[in-house]
Write a protein that binds this ligand. Sequence first.
Ligand SMILES: C[S@@+](CC[C@H](N)C(=O)[O-])C[C@H]1O[C@@H](n2cnc3c(N)ncnc32)[C@H](O)[C@@H]1O
Length: 157
Amino acid sequence: MNIYLKNFISEKFKKPGKALDLGAGEFFDVAYLKQLRWKCEAVDIKTGVDLEKTYRSKNEPFDLIYSNYLLHKLKNKKLFIQTIYDNLKNGGWFFIHTFDQSDRNSKSDLSQIYLQKLLAEQGFKNVKIKLFSYYDNEKNHKHWHKILEASGQKNKK
Ligand SMILES: C[S@@+](CC[C@H](N)C(=O)[O-])C[C@H]1O[C@@H](n2cnc3c(N)ncnc32)[C@H](O)[C@@H]1O
């Protein structure tokens, strides 16, 4: 489970809601959220959803949309940010972890400034972005990463 996402959820939400995981991988974060009684939808290229294209869920808009370690891989980052916006409820929050361009262990070309620009142009409010170093201590993965964390809110009408 992404511990930063876990902390974000306990800070922003008093009770469980509905979440969408974009690029869910092995569904670890979804499994944790389900334990907390969140209703979850999770999509990935492996489940047949290509997030280089627009994605509109058939479910109601979400309280929380998160995406961990996918954004730096996508060519069409602007479209992905729009996908987050379109699937969020008014007042809902998004949370993103991705690798910064300074990360030597991923092929990211994403900068903090560009991400900030995309989020502002999309109209997100209360946007926070931070860049930090993280030592990945997993077997066969022992190295530093430069993580970009972004969060923000879709405006309430
Ligand atoms: C590094 S994994 C991260 C998985 C999970 N979010 C996590 O934090 O453990 C990146 C995921 O993005 C998915 N992915 C890559 N390109 C994609 C695309 N174009 N559309 C949807 N998912 C994609 C991969 O299949 C993979 O599961």
